[in-house]
Design a protein around this ligand. Structure first.
Ligand SMILES: [Zn+2]
Length: 149
């Protein structure tokens, strides 16, 4: 049943998000899973995290899902705003990755596994969509692992 499994996946995401947030504050983020073929992972006001099934398809493992959620929670905690400016945007992405890395550790997720999965996804995006910021994020994530282990 398609809708049944959707619901279960959303429930799993809500649980992960709440586990992550409890490390830093009272949970307030809402996870909304979209049935969309477009890759969407975006934060809206009041910490509404909107993810599409297409975006989540690449993140089968729980650590990868936890990283994606931790990254969006980090944007909210750090008060990031949407920016059209490449460098500001990139800087916010790197800050969110770094915050997410620490948060995953605090919540008991394996940071090395999570980072490895996300780096694979970023490197794929870099190659597939010519995404320069993806390449930089993958590189910085590797540095995070190396300096923290
Ligand atoms: Zn981001």
């Amino acid at each position: 049943m398609r809708y049944g499994s959707d619901h279960r996946e959303e429930e799993q995401l809500v649980k992960i998000a709440s586990k992550l947030e409890k490390q830093i504050r009272q949970p307030r983020c809402k996870v909304i899973l979209l049935n969309s073929d477009k890759k969407i992972a975006q934060l809206f006001s009041n910490c509404r995290i909107v993810l599409s099934r297409a975006d989540l398809a690449k993140a089968a493992e729980i650590e990868a899902k936890a990283f994606i959620l931790a990254h969006e929670i980090a944007h909210d905690v750090l008060g990031h705003t949407q920016s059209e400016h490449f460098l500001k945007e990139l800087n916010q992405e790197l800050e969110a990755d770094s915050f997410a890395y620490q948060l995953l550790g605090q919540a008991g997720y394996d940071q090395i596994i999570a980072t490895g999965k996300i780096r694979k996804i970023l490197l794929f995006e870099a190659k597939e969509n010519n995404c320069n910021s993806c390449l930089i994020r993958a590189h910085e994530l590797l540095k995070l692992v190396l300096t923290n282990s």
